[in-house]
Design a protein around this ligand. Structure first.
Ligand SMILES: [Zn+2]
Ligand SMILES: [Zn+2]
Length: 139
C-alpha cells in the first residue's frame, strides 16, 4: 500500500491570508510596470485593475451582475480618461489590498472610495451569482 500524500490541500489551512495559486496573477501583481494595468468600466466607474486575463474577466463578469449595463474591460486607458483625480493618481504598491478571485486575485488601483465601491460590487455580484447557481442546483 503506497504512503498517503498529505501535501495536497494542507497548505491552504491556517495561512491567515489567501494564497494566490494562479501563476499569471502572481507575475502580473509582482511586476510594477504599468503595462499590466487594465481598466474596468462599470456604470460611472473607471477602475484601473491589475491581474491576469482570466481572473480579470472573472472579476469583471461578477461585477457585471450588479449593473443593468455591461461591465467593459479595456486593456488601454479609456479615451475619456479617468474622471476621478484620486483614481488617476493611484499607483500600484504593496499597500493596495488584494481581492481574492477564485484561485487568483486582483488589485484595484483606485482611490480608497472607489476601491471600496468596486470591492463591494464584486461581493454583491458573488452573492447574486451564488443565489442564481444554488437556485439551479437545488431543483
Ligand atoms: Zn490569474
Ligand atoms: Zn476614485
Amino acid at each position: 500500500m503506497p504512503p498517503v500524500d498529505f501535501r495536497q490541500s494542507q497548505s491552504d489551512i491556517d495561512t491567515g491570508h489567501p494564497a494566490i495559486h494562479c501563476n499569471e496573477c502572481q507575475s502580473a501583481l509582482q511586476s510594477d510596470s504599468q503595462q499590466a494595468v487594465s481598466f474596468l468600466l462599470l456604470d460611472q466607474l473607471t477602475i484601473p485593475i491589475v491581474s491576469c486575463d482570466d481572473h480579470l474577466e472573472r472579476f469583471a463578469s461578477v461585477c457585471g451582475l450588479t449593473t443593468e449595463d455591461t461591465a467593459t474591460l479595456l486593456d488601454h486607458r479609456p479615451a475619456g480618461g479617468i474622471c476621478c483625480p484620486g483614481c488617476r493618481l493611484a499607483r500600484y504598491n504593496a499597500a493596495q489590498p488584494l481581492v481574492p478571485v477564485e484561485e487568483g486575485a486582483i488589485v484595484a488601483m483606485a482611490c480608497p472610495v472607489h476601491q471600496a465601491e468596486i470591492v463591494q460590487r464584486f461581493h454583491t455580484g458573488l452573492e447574486t451569482h451564488h443565489h442564481l447557481s444554488s437556485d439551479v442546483s437545488s431543483l
